[in-house]
Design a protein around this ligand. Structure first.
Ligand code: CU
Length: 284
């Protein structure tokens, strides 16, 4: 009995979990955002509703097997329709689904947009690493590669440690724009309630407001090739002051995006007949 109780306790207590997946973990990681708290809340409600439905159907199955077995019910009824029952077993599930859909849609919208943003970061998925851009802090960008097993230091988590994590401030609304450079990826951090597809040629949007500084981990969640399991997501959340200091330093350490300057008109290349003949002669 004691062991059953302790398994139940582990199942319901989210506080036990850290900011990444843990051994023998059941259920969710500790929510790092209000949004993830709501996701867990909705999950708990749906879990209760579906458990009740499953138990009800199980009871009906046992009941008909027992009550209408050949032994107890030798002459079966020839009834084929019952309008009242048919309306009920159609209408009740519809009502249940609609009731569940309302909070579910609300959460989906909440996950995509916030009313105001304090800053924006851009996430680009590549085979097989992430690239992070900071358009609001000098437009620098850097790449985030997984640390290979042989290079791990003590305390580093295997498959969940990167060289350059994404750094964001705590208690700020951070808009996250997500896209990919080659194939489909998905940028996911379970404790923040984030999982957004990175699609080449498309800019997806989500946002986050993390309450507590710390290191949060996730993984690419869309099969993207042989390195799919080796492009973890690591987000380092710093208090605002420390974040600003980091951003100032990062401007000097990382490359600056120069995409904007590409708008200059390119030099016109005039190819005359003479040039072509000359080129052909050179090639001979
Ligand atoms: Cu990927």
């Amino acid at each position: 009995m004691k062991s059953i109780l302790s398994v139940f306790f582990i199942f319901i207590s989210f506080e036990l979990y850290g900011k990444q997946a843990t051994d023998w973990q059941l259920s969710f990681q500790n929510p790092a955002t209000d949004l993830m708290g709501s996701v867990v809340g909705l999950h708990n409600v749906i879990l209760i509703v579906m458990s009740l439905i499953t138990l009800f159907v199980l009871f009906l199955l046992f009941y008909v097997s027992f009550r209408f077995s050949a032994k107890r019910n030798p002459i079966p009824s020839t009834r084929t329709h019952n309008t009242v029952v048919e309306v009920l077993w159609t209408a009740i599930p519809i009502v249940i689904l609609v009731v569940l859909a309302v909070p579910s849609f609300k959460l989906l919208y909440q996950q995509e947009k916030s009313e105001n943003y304090d800053m924006t970061v851009k996430v680009i998925g590549h085979q097989w690493y992430w690239e992070y851009e900071y358009p609001d802090h000098g437009d620098f960008y850097f790449e985030s590669y997984m640390i290979q097993d042989e290079d791990l230091k003590e305390g580093d988590l295997r498959l969940l440690t990167v060289d350059n994590p994404l750094v964001i401030p705590a208690n700020k609304n951070v808009q996250i724009l997500i896209t990919a450079g080659d194939v489909l990826h998905s940028w996911a951090v379970p404790s923040m309630g984030l999982k957004t597809d990175a699609v080449p040629g498309r800019l997806n949007e989500t946002w986050v407001n993390v309450k507590e500084p710390g290191i949060y981990r996730g993984q690419c969640s869309e099969i993207c090739g042989s390195g799919h399991g080796f492009m973890p997501v690591v987000v380092k959340v710093l208090p605002e002051r420390e974040f600003m200091a980091w951003a100032n330093e990062a401007k000097n350490n990382y490359a600056i995006n120069e995409d904007i300057e590409i708008d200059k008109p390119e030099e016109e290349i005039v190819i005359s007949q003479n040039n072509i003949i000359q080129l052909e002669e050179n090639n001979l």
